[in-house]
Each structure stands twice: as structure tokens, then as C-alpha cells.
Design a protein around this ligand. Structure first.
Ligand code: ADP
Ligand code: MG
Length: 297
């Protein structure tokens, strides 16, 4: 593109709240074979709340006791799930004991000492890594998945004490954005660290094929590898995300798009910045990319 046509495209883009950092992204975006979307904070609002609580009959804890242990353990975490737990404890007026130092295991969960007991909070694979059997929770897990709720296991003193569910509402524009990207001829995928059942339920809600277009249970360090895998198939990939954990994937993608509502790290890494959190900015940016190219030719 000539510098002039890039500026024209970028000017129009700014009106729509889309910032192209360079001519390359403006030229390439509409040619993307795949648009890969992060789930939490991108397709969903990113502010989950507690919506389900299953107690282990053998752990001997009440709902309140379990939740206050979880809130205590999560107090030092920045993860959206931690906020959901803290809010839930506060809404119920629970007293939350002080916890010892928190340890975070990215993509798995957290653990901390609370009242002399070790509390582990996180994904099913976290329990598996701790050697804890979750077979008896299969039915509750399926129920959470069907509700598009994220399963959060709690182990107290090395025993699974409960299974909580947190739900994160879809953003209003997400379904429409996916439909518009499909209409424009892009394949649309989801890449997430969340559990498969939950990711598939969200995919169905936004109009993605849950069986072919979902990459779930992807560890934070592996999102970029998923992009590379697609590129190795000869596909041009655009990636949309908001989080620190999306930054390597945004950098690896042919075009990286960050939401203005996300983290600074994502915004700095991306080629395109969508000023609002509205995902309809993605097809808008693609339309501008196509229109600008027509002007240049
Ligand atoms: P994503 O933002 O794509 O869902 P993350 O890598 O942040 O992915 O987290 C993946 C999974 O790890 C979460 O869905 C959750 O099950 C678990 N997890 C991570 N951090 C925490 C935390 N602070 N509390 C509970 N679970 C957590
Ligand atoms: Mg996210």
C-alpha cells in the first residue's frame, strides 16, 4: 500500500474505533483464512460470578465454610475466577480468614495455607496433577459444562471438598460478530484455557462449531503453538485477545488484534487495537481492510 492509502484507511478506522498500527495489518486482515478468538474477556465479559456449588459428602464442610476457604486462598490472585469467589463470599457476608502466601500455577489454579490446611483451587487437570481422583464428579461436571459454567475444584488438606461453577456472560456483540466474520468468508475458531465442555457450550452459543472450531484446555504458554500449527497448514491466521496470556499468540499470528478493554501487554503486542471491547470491531476492521485494498488497486 502507498502511505497515502494507508492513512485514508486508518482515518476511517479511527472513526470506527479501530486503530491499525501499520499498513501491513490493514492489507492482511481481510485475507485471513482463520480468525481465532480468545474466550474469557474476548467473547465473554470477563467478569464471572459464582453460579453453582457442589459439596463433597465426605469432606464435612458446609457451603459457607468451603466458600470462605476458597475466598481466603484466592485473596491474593488477580484471576477473574478469584474475583468471582471474593465477591460471592462478600455477598454472603462470610468472614474470610487470612491466608498464607499464595502460589499461582498458570493454567491450573492456585494454592495457599488457610487455617493450617492447604487449599488447592483450580481446574480438573490441577486435581489430576495432585493425584486426586475426580471420577465421582463426572455428573456434576457435565451439568456445569451444559450451563457453560467453568468448573473450579477445591481440595482441602489433600481431599476434593467441592466443585464450584462460575459463569461469565457473553458480550452482547459476540454472536453477531461471529456471524459477520462467517459471512465475510473467515473460518472462526476459539482458543481457551477453560475446560472442553464449557468451551464447547460457549462456542455453540456464539455460533461456532463446537466439534471442529474449539481448542480448549490450552495452557497459557501454548496458545502461540496453536497459531503456529494452523499456519503450518498454510492458513493465514488473525488472533483476537485481551489477556497477558494471549500476547505470545497475538505476536505469532499474521495479524494480532487486541481489545482496548484488555491488558496493556496485549495492546502493545497487537497490530490492531479495537478501542471498545465490542467484538463487532473485528468484522468492521476486516471490512475496512478489504475496502482500503480496493482503493489502492
Ligand atoms: P483462560 O483465561 O483462557 O480461561 P487461564 O490459563 O487463565 O485461561 O486459566 C485456565 C484455567 O485454570 C481456568 O479455567 C481455571 O480452571 C484454572 N485457574 C487458573 N487460575 C485460577 C485461579 N486463580 N483460581 C481458580 N482456577 C484457576
Ligand atoms: Mg482473555
Amino acid at each position: 500500500a502507498t502511505p497515502v492509502s494507508v492513512m485514508v484507511g486508518s482515518g476511517k478506522a479511527a472513526e470506527l474505533g479501530v486503530l491499525f498500527k501499520g499498513g501491513r495489518a490493514l492489507e492482511d486482515l481481510h485475507r485471513s483464512d482463520v480468525v481465532a478468538l480468545d474466550k474469557t474477556g474476548t467473547l465473554t465479559v470477563g467478569k464471572p460470578s459464582l453460579t453453582a456449588l457442589h459439596l463433597s459428602p465426605t469432606a464435612g464442610l458446609s457451603e459457607e465454610q468451603l466458600l470462605s476457604l476458597v475466598a481466603a486462598a484466592e485473596a491474593g490472585s488477580e484471576h477473574p475466577i478469584a474475583h468471582a469467589m471474593m465477591n460471592a463470599a462478600q455477598e454472603r457476608g462470610l468472614s474470610v480468614p487470612a491466608a498464607g502466601k499464595l502460589d499461582t500455577e498458570a493454567g491450573y489454579g492456585i494454592h495457599a495455607e488457610v487455617d493450617g490446611q492447604t487449599v488447592h483451587v483450580g481446574a480438573e487437570r490441577y486435581m489430576a496433577r495432585l493425584g486426586l481422583d475426580t471420577a465421582v464428579w463426572a455428573e456434576a461436571l457435565a451439568e456445569l459444562g451444559a450451563q457453560a459454567a467453568t468448573p473450579v475444584f477445591v481440595a482441602v488438606g489433600g481431599e476434593v471438598a467441592g466443585l464450584l461453577g462460575v459463569s461469565d456472560p457473553l458480550k452482547p456483540g459476540s454472536r453477531e460478530a461471529v456471524a459477520e466474520l462467517h459471512r465475510r468468508g473467515h473460518r472462526v475458531m476459539m482458543i481457551t484455557g477453560d475446560s472442553r465442555a464449557t468451551a464447547q457450550a460457549v462456542a455453540a452459543q456464539v455460533g461456532l462449531d463446537p466439534d471442529t472450531e474449539v481448542r480448549a484446555e490450552v495452557l497459557p504458554g501454548d496458545k502461540a503453538a496453536v497459531i503456529e500449527e494452523l499456519q503450518a497448514q498454510g492458513l493465514k491466521v488473525a488472533m483476537v485477545g485481551d489477556g497477558i496470556n494471549d500476547a505470545p499468540a497475538l505476536a505469532r499470528a499474521d495479524v494480532g488484534l487486541a481489545l482496548g478493554t484488555g491488558t496493556d501487554v496485549a495492546a502493545q503486542t497487537a497490530d490492531v487495537l479495537l478501542m471498545s471491547g465490542d467484538l463487532r470491531g473485528v468484522p468492521n476492521a476486516a471490512a475496512l481492510s478489504a475496502a482500503t485494498l480496493r482503493n489502492i488497486r
